[in-house]
Design a protein around this ligand. Structure first.
Ligand code: ADP
Ligand code: ZN
Length: 231
């Protein structure tokens, strides 16, 4: 299964990806995490990306696309992947389609997460994350049992540097301008599934979404098989 998670910052891509990658046994590829890892390790890529992350702007396409191509070439992505935060521009989406086409592959589904903007502000400014395992938390709704310590792995739970109201405004504006056109792009390919993600997820809700995703992928595959046999 090859799945893309689409949605503005704070619509819960990371949280959803965390549950979905476990439930579907897919590698979770978050471009934001890859950039933050490179920044923390002080790599050349990290140096080039840092200023963009700090200001809430997108890292230029050629840097981002190169990084993702390398990651997708790794063995664990053979059977599928869950992309979180990529593509975020039309040229990135076109590049992804081209990479897959070389292997006669295509995306199975794009899950578009939707949340009203007021809620996004509340979520992002209260968001915390385990810097070791990536488990998401929230200061108000779901804090770690022991402050600053991950319930799952014991790693440090931190607030991201770019999770401020100011940077969030830039990230949202960038989203509307550059990423939102991908909704139409994937709708036209017939693989978009919209999901209202404004509630808090219980394990049952995640299970029922996953069932829906599997059904949708089955339907998409059937209809593309029919289309091919009619060509
Ligand atoms: P969020 O979705 O909450 O903004 P991410 O962790 O996905 O958080 O991204 C954090 C930052 O990493 C972005 O603001 C941007 O600077 C950079 N980034 C992540 N993915 C991409 C991408 N596909 N293209 C360009 N920049 C990206
Ligand atoms: Zn952890």
């Amino acid at each position: 299964m090859k799945i893309v998670l689409l949605g503005a910052p704070g619509t819960g891509k990371g949280t959803m990806a965390f549950s979905m990658s476990r439930a579907l046994s897919l590698p979770h590829i978050s471009t934001g995490d890859l950039f933050r890892f490179n920044i923390a390790e002080g790599t050349e890529l990290g140096h080039r990306a840092k200023q963009y992350l700090d200001s809430g702007k997108l890292v230029p396409d050629e840097i981002t696309i190169g990084m993702v191509k390398e990651r997708l070439a790794e063995g664990d992505c053979r059977e599928g992947f869950l992309l979180d935060g990529f593509p975020r521009t039309v040229p990135q989406a076109v590049a992804l389609d081209e990479v897959l086409k070389l292997e006669s592959e295509e995306l199975d589904l794009v899950l578009n997460l939707q949340v009203p903007e007021e809620l996004i502000f509340r979520r992002i400014t209260n968001r915390l994350v385990c810097s070791a395992c990536g488990k998401p938390y929230n200061k108000l709704d779901f804090p770690p049992v022991q402050e600053g310590v991950c319930d799952t792995c014991g790693g440090p739970v931190i607030q991201r540097r770019d999770d401020t109201a100011e940077t969030l405004r830039t990230r949202l504006d960038t989203y509307y301008e550059l990423t939102d056109p991908l909704v139409t792009y994937y709708q036209e390919q017939g693989i978009l599934l919209n999901h209202d993600n404004s509630g808090t997820h219980t394990p049952d809700q995640v299970d029922s979404l996953i069932t829906k995703i599997k059904e949708q992928i089955k339907l998409n595959r059937q209809s593309s098989a029919t289309a091919i046999s009619q060509e």
